[in-house]
Write a protein that binds this ligand. Structure first.
Ligand code: ADP
Length: 177
């Protein structure tokens, strides 16, 4: 299975890249962003300082430093403002921007948190189908890509993603995406 949903802590995942749900400053924050910076060590912040700001929907790649992952791809999701401010399109753009870097750097495995569904307030039931659609599209498009993992922090979040995957147009009875 090339697309896998797991419950856990993304800072423990050994992949070519893990994705950070960052803010536009790229200088660290709460939630998964803080956890990634703590686990990667101060060298990550030092590299981020050289990158400048990152607008919503875009992504930037750094090294992984003390993480088991080789790289971190930082992307900035939309803040949920009720759904009429192009939040869904911006969230889809985050995933596309991450996969553009995955392609450019020849990465074979990438692990994502659930972007925007924590402090940024994007309803996870709406975010999960968007995330999974973009992952399935990237897996279909990029032959180099062996593994996409979504690392959900809670059992409840994992259940939402599992339901969305079962309902996704590209899902099949064996779940062999
Ligand atoms: P955002 O600001 O994009 O909403 P958050 O970090 O607040 O980002 O939340 C995004 C998701 O990441 C939430 O579902 C949160 O529970 C989850 N999360 C927080 N810490 C971790 C971690 N160490 N590993 C995986 N997911 C995490």
């Amino acid at each position: 299975m090339k697309l896998e949903l797991v419950q856990g802590d993304i800072t423990k995942v050994a992949a070519d890249a893990i994705v950070n749900a960052a803010n536009t400053s790229l200088l660290g924050g709460s939630g998964v962003d803080g956890a990634i910076h703590r686990a990667a060590g101060p060298e990550l912040l030092a590299e981020c300082r050289t990158l400048g700001r990152c607008p919503q929907g875009q992504a930037k790649l750094t090294k992984g430093y003390r993480l088991p992952a080789r790289h971190v791809i930082h992307t900035v999701g939309p803040v949920w403002r009720g759904g009429n401010q192009s939040e869904e399109a911006v969230l889809a753009r985050c995933y596309k921007s991450v996969f553009a870097l995955v392609e450019q750097h020849g990465l074979r495995s990438v692990a994502f948190p659930s972007i925007s569904t924590g402090a940024y307030g994007f309803p996870i039931e709406k975010a999960a189908p968007i995330a999974l659609r973009e992952m399935q599209a990237a897996l279909a498009r990029l032959p180099q890509l062996d593994k996409v993992t979504v690392v959900l922090f809670s059992a409840g979040d994992l259940a939402v993603y599992q339901r969305a995957l079962a309902a996704a147009p590209e899902s099949n009875p064996g779940g062999n995406v």
